[in-house]
Design a protein around this ligand. Sequence first.
Ligand code: PLP
Length: 405
Amino acid sequence: MKQNNVEFDTYFKDYPNEAGFFGKYGGSYIPPELQKAMDEITEAYFTICKSSKFVSELRRIRKEFQGRPTPISYLEKLSGTVGHVQLYVKREDLNHTGAHKLNHCMGEALLAKYMGKKKVLAETGAGQHGVALATAAAYFGLDCDIYMGSVDIKKQAPNVARMKILGANVIEVTDGLATLKEAVDAAFSAYCREYKDAIYCIGSVVGPHPFPMMVRDFQSVVGVEAREQFLSMTGELPDAVVACVGGGSNAMGIFSGFLNDPVDIYGVEPLGRGASLGDHAASLAYGSEGIMHGFNSIMLKGEDGEPAPVYSVASGLDYPSSGPEHAFLRDIGRVKYDVVNDEETIDAFFTLSRLEGIIPAIESAHAVAYATKLAKKMGKGSILINLSGRGDKDMDYIIEKYGIR
Ligand SMILES: *Cc1c(COP(=O)(O)O)cnc(C)c1O
């Protein structure tokens, strides 16, 4: 299949190119000191991760530890509310630790082990990535340093406790606003000092090359499984695939299974409280080209050209940029990006829980909300939604802010 001169038969061999570009997006914009570390990871990725030993070990871990493959569930009652469209969910909420993030953390930590590193390090905002990485580090017997802003440490006490119970060091960052951006800066500078013994594990398809490619490839297990499962359940492919986009890793995971198929693909960004800057985190919908955290992509900027403050009801989606591959897939028209707001999302959160017995993460509820709107437009056919995670982590927030509906 071909679109805008991009050949999808060979897409994964062609993109990104050797320098890590998807068209003009991606690349590596970092200090020379850090570039050495990235080159080492890229080199290791193409040798170690492509070896049959690594591939079969990761497959075994996915099955025996993570509980993969995760199933696809048919949403009979929710489908009944949208006319003649059949809705299905890929159940990443049933992946160990309750979300898709462990898919790439296990890959990154296994690579660290093969490279002879003693430690993995990363930043975390809401703590979801920190918990997934701490889990992977415990499994492989690696040290784990998680950098976290002091504001987030206060807000996310249960995840801080989880990381500590799993044996990770949670390192408090007090600079600036003391949230995710400062935590990223602190983790990057720690990595500059420690890269001989440690590897940096990014939490999404963002950051300098090779991370957007590597995280996509580790997440592609979701799309590979989903395509096969959907075919065997229904005898055909879905008409549409829908996923929420923060950095974009769960979306790239499921999208990668369907890019070369006649399937419409939709990425859903959070519109939050509305379309004014500061009220949402819909970078692909409202942003412009720019560089942050070592890569070129589409981002939300303030008047000073710096990353703008963003907001979403889902703390996993409030990132001012998106992975470079999403920017590329948007420009060539292969994936459509659209938005849903907080209110539509919270409605979908309660509806899915009540009708289907699945409490979704608020992030994932964005995809569910969009799929029900899309279904009403489509009139017939089928939609596969990536349910990126479960909602246990959101209970306190939901009860406090919305009560029980
Ligand atoms: C972190 C998170 C996301 C957002 O990250 P992506 O890289 O965009 O997938 C979405 N859903 C859940 C459940 C998460 O924990």
